[in-house]
Design a binder for this molecule. Structure first.
Ligand SMILES: *[C@@H]1O[C@H](CO)[C@@H](O)[C@H](O)[C@H]1NC(C)=O
Ligand SMILES: *[C@@H]1O[C@H](CO)[C@@H](O)[C@H](O)[C@H]1NC(C)=O
Ligand SMILES: *[C@@H]1O[C@H](CO)[C@@H](O)[C@H](O)[C@H]1NC(C)=O
Ligand SMILES: *[C@@H]1O[C@H](CO)[C@@H](O)[C@H](O)[C@H]1NC(C)=O
Ligand SMILES: *[C@@H]1O[C@H](CO)[C@@H](O)[C@H](O)[C@H]1NC(C)=O
Length: 587
């Protein structure tokens, strides 16, 4: 009792002293497109989620580097759900609780938990643990109190593509006693808007009817599963391992339609039962309504090109619901990883065709999300993301950015712990499509597994290159494949769709099929892919050497990267050759 009173007194002193606040994250300006409407009402209640520092993110990274590196003694010895949370390396039955805590990875240390609890109780806050790894807590408090406790200035902001206004601050600080214990407070400085779906404008109703295969002499040919199977050597024989599941994520009220999937399969995969379907998973009150008009083009594309390519692999669709999925994409991404953190038998591959311009997330939010993918990778989940549809100019380019030569990377594609998939177009040879998202992160340094590949590419950039980008950043994408004129069904209509959104689920399906073959031979699944892709598997791709990623809208004359021999930030290593990738995986 006396102790907690003492803490209260100390905290008041600390809170009252401006010098004890340490700046955590700050924006110098309101992000483009947003308008500040004034101060958030002082008495309005705001719910903030607080990301507590993991006990040993560095230890988890070291472990992941080891288990994902071909040649290491523990190669592909993926961790269990409990190992990631709290890895007890040498369990001793009478080990005291504090000693156990020392060995946790993602779970915060006892010191961190008590530091935050002391802060909360001193300030009359009641934290609720909201994640299985206990690394997230939420607090609900009046805006006036949030402003004071975090030296913030919560304002109301609007954006033309947001239905409702949002409450954010341009600056957030931590009281000194929380420094080193809190990684992120959200929502504070992250400003992401909807339209995170990575499909470019200009979808068309297909007048061409079903196409049996790609026609290499016709670059405008329709792409179907059969075409992709022929092009990349993807087998049509069904997978056999029921424990090997492939997960497609869905945000922004994108709903996958069963009737459309059945129609699609009848049209383009008549060799598999049209009743083949997916399993629905939900989080944050997600739903998946099936009435006419409910079809999500993105969700349908993701489901049709997983079920339609990963023949026989059980496919899951995760519908992330609630207002978060519409106006708080970072929170929806947090909730996706924490959902999987609590599942003991997770999918072996997760594919996501959503993303947004990196700078809008802010460093602390992007880093915490990215570390969440690191933890999934350590469990043997291959985390696949579409690389973006604006070329070098963000998730979608627009006419007002065409002459701005400061390139804008896309997140989560830029996270070093995901495998980022770009798009190609045409056949024999394929070339990088204009919108393929690619470049270099401003948040994450060049990944340890890709330094040679990135250095090789940087050597090709001319001295007088007009583009400004971070040449010490993580380069992406890692790989690529077709991303245009994909035949699909939406609301009963056969249409053509494109985007890195089409490429990512197709690549994820290839990985799932390889996992099936590995499991059939009692071998561990591929898990975190990149160290393997950048070493043993780099020759299992057809190099794509032409193309310019100036964007879908911006003219081809706009400054952008050019594809080159070897790895490049438009197509990565190029397009997959299934038999060679499988051979490298089995070796
Ligand atoms: C391939 O495309 C060319 C040019 O459009 C066309 O003339 C030819 O008939 C097509 N071949 C097949 C087999 O569809
Ligand atoms: C889910 O629904 C419940 C009950 O309506 C609500 O209390 C909760 O806030 C919702 N969660 C999200 C993330 O929207
Ligand atoms: C160009 O884009 C960068 C990155 O988004 C931005 O910081 C800068 O303000 C833009 N410059 C102009 C002149 O719009
Ligand atoms: C470039 O990337 C590095 C490494 O991630 C980072 O530390 C630096 O801040 C970035 N520079 C800019 C201008 O964003
Ligand atoms: C980018 O490529 C797509 C697909 O080929 C095409 O429809 C679009 O017109 C191209 N954009 C520009 C600006 O050339």
């Amino acid at each position: 009792m006396a102790f907690s009173k003492l803490l209260t007194v100390l905290s008041i002193v600390v809170a009252a002293s401006a010098a004890s606040m340490v700046l955590h994250e700050r924006r110098t300006a309101v992000p483009s497109g947003f308008v500040r409407r004034g101060a958030a009402p002082a008495s309005e209640m705001i719910t903030l989620r607080v990301g507590l520092k993991s006990n040993d993110a560095g230890g988890l990274e070291a472990k992941l580097r080891s288990i994902s590196s071909p040649g290491s003694s523990d190669f592909r010895q993926w961790l269990s759900m409990d190992d990631v949370r709290a890895c007890i390396l040498n369990p001793v039955s009478d080990m005291a609780d504090e000693q156990l805590q020392v060995k946790t990875f993602t779970q915060p240390s006892a010191d961190t938990v008590s530091a935050f609890d002391a802060f909360a109780s001193a300030n009359g806050l009641v934290p609720t643990v909201i994640s299985p790894n206990r690394d997230w807590v939420s607090i609900t408090l009046p805006v006036s109190k949030a402003n004071k406790l975090f030296a913030a200035e919560f304002d109301v902001f609007t954006h033309p593509s947001l239905k409702d206004s949002i409450t954010r601050t341009l600056s957030v600080s931590l009281p000194s006693e929380l420094v080193g214990h809190v990684d992120v407070i959200h929502p504070t400085t992250a400003f992401v808007v909807p339209n995170t779906r990575l499909v470019p404008p200009g979808r068309q109703i297909s007048a061409r009817g079903p196409a049996a295969s790609c026609n290499s002499s016709d670059p405008s040919s329709v792409v179907t599963p059969t075409c992709l199977q022929e092009l990349y050597g993807i087998p049509t024989t069904p997978a056999t391992q029921s424990s090997n599941t492939l997960l497609a994520t869905g945000y922004e009220d994108e709903w996958a339609q069963s009737a459309d999937l059945a129609q699609f399969l009848k049209l383009v995969r008549p060799d598999i039962p049209p009743s083949t379907t997916f399993t629905l998973l939900t989080t944050d009150n997600g739903t998946n309504p099936q009435s006419p008009g409910d079809a999500g083009f993105e969700a349908n594309l993701d489901i049709q090109y997983t079920v339609g390519i990963a023949t026989g692999v059980p496919v899951e669709f995760l519908s992330v619901g609630g207002p978060l999925a519409l106006d708080d994409f970072p929170a929806a991404l947090f909730d996706t990883t924490t959902f999987l953190d609590g599942i003991a038998d997770p999918p072996t591959v997760m594919t996501t065709s959503y993303g947004f311009t990196e700078s809008f997330f802010g460093l602390s939010v992007a880093t915490k999300i990215c570390n969440g993918y690191m933890a999934l990778g350590a469990r043997g989940i291959s985390v696949v993301f579409a690389s973006g549809d604006g070329g070098v100019r963000g998730n979608h380019d627009s006419t007002d950015v065409c002459t701005n030569n400061t390139f804008m990377p896309v997140f989560p594609a830029s996270c070093p712990w995901v495998t980022s998939v770009g798009s190609t177009q045409g056949f024999a040879p394929e070339k990088a499509i204009n919108f393929t998202g690619g470049g270099f992160s401003n948040f994450f340094p060049t990944a340890y597994y890709q330094t040679a590949a990135v250095d090789g590419y940087l050597d090709t950039i001319p001295e007088d290159f007009a583009g400004t980008f971070n040449n010490t950043g993580r380069g992406y994408p890692d790989v690529s494949l077709q991303g245009w004129n994909f035949q699909m069904v939406a609301d009963g209509e056969v249409i053509l769709e494109g985007g890195t959104s089409a490429s990512a689920p197709t690549f994820a399906s290839i990985i799932a099929l390889i996992n099936d073959r590995l499991l059939a031979e009692n071998k561990p699944v591929l898990g975190f892919l990149n160290p393997f892709l950048y070493s043993k598997a780099s020759s299992a791709f057809t190099d794509v050497t032409t193309g310019h990623n100036s964007g879908f809208v911006c003219p081809a004359s706009s400054v952008a990267f050019d594809a080159a021999v070897g790895w490049d930030p438009l197509t990565g290593f190029g397009t997959p050759i299934f038999p060679e990738l499988l051979a490298a995986a089995l070796a």
